[in-house]
Ligand binder design. Structure first.
Ligand SMILES: Cc1cc2nc3c(=O)[nH]c(=O)nc-3n(C[C@H](O)[C@H](O)[C@H](O)COP(=O)(O)OP(=O)(O)OC[C@H]3O[C@@H](n4cnc5c(N)ncnc54)[C@H](O)[C@@H]3O)c2cc1C
Length: 442
């Protein structure tokens, strides 16, 4: 067996992530005639916000219109790589080499500068039964509907927190499904604090469209108590104080906001900091979005704030990389950050709920670690993530903590412990072993 020789490529800039932030950065570099490569692990560019079916392009908001214009501009270019996963970054001879898995081979891209725009993933508040078939993430329901028009069932229940619940429920119902109820965890009185930010013209129009269709089925201050299978259906028990409500649907979609995907930035040498007001661990940057040593970060990785923040930050990061600055964009970013702080504060999970997760609830699906296992270790006096990993194997499974790390972080915080970042090492995500062997099967 012979080791495969990776193909080395030099470029001025590598952009990791082709969501709206990465696309905005790429377009700025394109306009300046700069040499760059943009890679995304998905088979399509556009990330979460611009996900769509071939035959239908939604241009329902100004930000989406701008996003699709970026996609159109970059379409078909050879330096735009889809199905290309960044799984490592190595330092040697004063340069960085970013390892990319593409077409069953390894490419080592040696960029002078890097822009990380790897977006976010969903967060969860586990409850007994949350790993059953029929319980999906809100993002999964939306992805099914947006990319193929497939419905996960005829009647769905949506529960969790955040405006994304409403957006996904709206898209599901417009595609032919029936929303039985939307259960927002936070009380209406708290959500009203978000109103000044929601009055922004674009966001207000979007929210109004959703509310017109779904308001009568929205409930506030309700939490998922448990879920169980009922034949082919799913039975969900909701609670609000002492009140209980049972619903039976084809599926339950849950989601509790987003958590930044900081791993690629960390492996490229950036630091992260814990900022609950921005969604959890975020990449630490200056105003110019530089996070040190020729690396820049933009979009959801610097704080959960939505597509418009990502669009603005993509432009700022690319301009900074070119040694330029645009005051107007920097001011727009400040406004988006204020929106982000309000969003993450209002749609947060009350701290005591993390402590109330029942002991037999699965927290790490990959390694089958239950809440009781974690509580026991913490009660014994262990408080660092490293210790929890060693004793329970939490965050050590196939998904490398993507789902359970934010849950454990919030639990430890609720227990008065200091949140710690995960240590990151390659491969960032599982890759086929065949890519490392000459002529290897993948
Ligand atoms: C499931 C989901 C659905 C969402 N839907 C909506 C919505 O409908 N409306 C809305 O306003 N907001 C939505 N959001 C919020 C969304 O994050 C932002 O609005 C917007 O998409 C952020 O843009 P971005 O470019 O920062 O990140 P993203 O759009 O997430 O793009 C990041 C890109 O980086 C790529 N990537 C990540 N890691 C790697 C790697 N190691 N190698 C190569 N590529 C990598 C991903 O494949 C992805 O395409 C959603 C978020 C999630 C998680």
């Amino acid at each position: 067996m012979k080791r495969a020789k990776p193909q080395e490529i030099k470029t001025k800039a590598l952009i990791i992530g082709g969501g709206i932030a990465g696309l905005a950065a790429a377009t700025v570099l394109e306009d300046h005639g700069e040499d760059y490569i943009l890679v995304d692990e998905y088979p399509f560019m556009g990330g979460q916000y611009l996900r769509h079916r071939e035959e239908y392009i939604p241009r329902d908001t100004e930000t989406r219109k701008q996003g699709f214009a970026l996609l159109e501009k970059l379409k078909g270019k050879e330096n735009i790589w889809t199905s290309s996963l960044v799984f490592g970054c190595y330092n040697g001879n004063g340069e960085k080499a970013v390892a990319v898995s593409k077409d069953g081979r390894v490419f080592l891209i040696k960029p002078e500068k890097i822009i990380v725009a790897t977006g976010a993933r969903e967060k969860f508040l586990p409850f007994p039964g949350w790993t059953l078939p029929g319980i999906l993430s809100v993002g999964a329901v939306q992805a099914l509907v947006k990319t193929s028009g497939t419905l996960p069932g005829k009647e769905g229940i949506f529960a969790g927190t955040g405006p994304f619940l409403l957006a996904a429920a709206y898209e599901y119902e417009k595609a032919g499904g029936r929303v039985l109820g939307i259960f927002e965890l936070n009380p209406l009185a708290k959500l009203l604090k978000f109103l000044p930010h929601a009055l922004d013209k674009e966001k207000f129009k979007e929210a109004l469209r959703y509310l017109r269709l779904l308001w009568s089925r929205m409930k506030f201050g309700w939490k998922v108590e448990r879920a169980e299978a009922e034949g082919e259906k799913i039975k969900v028990v909701m609670s609000k104080g002492r009140a209980r409500k049972t619903l039976v649907g084809d599926f339950l979609a849950t989601g509790y906001g987003f958590s930044p995907n900081t791993e690629a930035a960390q492996i490229c040498g950036c630091e992260v900091e814990y900022k609950p007001e921005l969604g959890g661990f975020v990449v630490k940057t200056g105003e110019d979005l530089n996070c040190g040593d020729g690396v820049y970060a933009c979009g959801e990785v610097t704080g959960i704030g939505g597509a418009r923040k990502s669009l603005i930050e993509g432009k700022i990061a690319a301009l900074s990389l070119l040694g330029k600055k645009d005051e107007k964009l920097l001011n727009q970013r400040k406004r988006e950050l204020a929106f982000a702080r309000s969003l993450n504060f209002v749609f947060s999970v009350p701290r005591d709920l993390w402590k109330k997760i029942p002991d037999d609830t699965i927290i790490c699906r990959c390694e089958d670690v239950r809440m009781g296992d974690i509580k026991k270790v913490v009660e014994e006096g262990f408080s660092f993530l490293r210790e929890l990993k060693e004793t329970t194997r939490i965050t050590m499974g196939n998904c490398q903590g993507r789902t359970c790390f934010p849950i454990v972080t919030e639990y430890l915080r609720a227990m008065g412990k200091k949140p710690e970042p995960m240590s990151i090492r390659p491969p960032l995500k599982p890759v086929e072993t065949g890519i490392f062997v000459e002529g290897g099967e993948t």
